[in-house]
Ligand binder design. Sequence first.
Ligand SMILES: Cc1ncc(COP(=O)(O)O)c(C=O)c1O
Length: 410
Amino acid sequence: MNLTQLRRQFPALMQQVAGKSPIFLDGPGGSQVPQPVLSAMSAYLGYYNSNLGGAFFSSEKTVELMADARQAAADLLNSPSRDQIVFGANMTSLTFSFSRAISRDWQAGDEIIVTNADHFSNVSSWQQAAEDKGVKVNTVLINEADCSLDLAHFASLLSTKTKLVAVTYASNTTGSINDIKRIVEMAHSVGALVYVDAVHYAPHELIDVQALDCDFLACSAYKFFGPHLGMVYAKREHLEGFTPYKVEPAKDVIPGRWETGTQSFEALAGLIAAVDYIADISELDGSYSRRDKLASAFAKTKQHEMALSEYFLTRLVNYPKIKLFGIDDLDRLAERTPTFALTFAGLEPRQVSEFLGKQHVCVWDGNFYAQGLCKQLGVLDTGGVVRIGCMHYNTIAELDKLFDLFDELI
Ligand SMILES: Cc1ncc(COP(=O)(O)O)c(C=O)c1O
């Protein structure tokens, strides 16, 4: 991967702030955006800004854009059809709307499962739907040693009463990746549906909804180099079978029956460019499909991200005052994203992020809405953790600067 060339595509990475190159280790909160995405959004707004269904060029262009955006998302997720991609404002809004529709036929005595590994968008939406129907909510714990999901606990909670399992593909706080294929198999064996939150996972690895056999999978383009936009893949039978809350005249055809109001067409233009940006990392020529290119690109970025993780974890061992929550085993790098949850002895997370922020090293502190996880780890009431979130555009040199600042701080 030609990192120098790749980084040049990102205006944010090339800028100087008060004479210094900023270091963006805030990716899990939202990644930086390459120029082709900015150009695509600006071109849509500048030349074609319109709506669907008009008898004129810019509206026709908008219809085409929407179809292209669905195809780009379908390629990214390996959806069998672009009609199985639903767009919306963000993952949270979409998940609330899906939770309303999916829970319509739940009854008292039914149960659902959420997890302590999840962002609360994939917890509260289901909890509130369950509350409305008198349905019991079971919560899977994490293994505190490595922050992986406790699958034995999950198995003990599953039963024929379970209607739905809501689970994250990877923790947005510790980076631990869950074995979704296995979780889906276990859930399906008792007839439960599975709603996967792939928001944190999506920028790091290739998703294959068909291989996972999940019922629903949600992600957000602003986490994978695109604009603020949410999307959900769902099995066709569910998009046709469940009934969404929807304005009357537009409620029959999928996937439109799941989309409310006017979409952010400029964001859809940005999404296409973001997917193409990732595909182009492969450097494969035009004879390959976009899906093939994405597979090759993610293989490259994963390798680089694993190298970043290895470097980070190897250096971190020399800092006894910093505690890591999550996988630290160098033989298990494939099971994590390069996202690191840390606490510093004698310092609050906010003090650390403020110190780094003053040097234009951007890191987040807090609980990142992973409240169950932070509670189980005992950090919810102490400011959460400091999150160092690497993306494929980050470099070893940036991590060196980060550790220099850790030295200064400690
Ligand atoms: C793992 C995870 N899930 C869900 C969300 C919510 O996504 P959105 O902001 O698109 O609603 C986030 C946002 O940070 C996240 O990190």
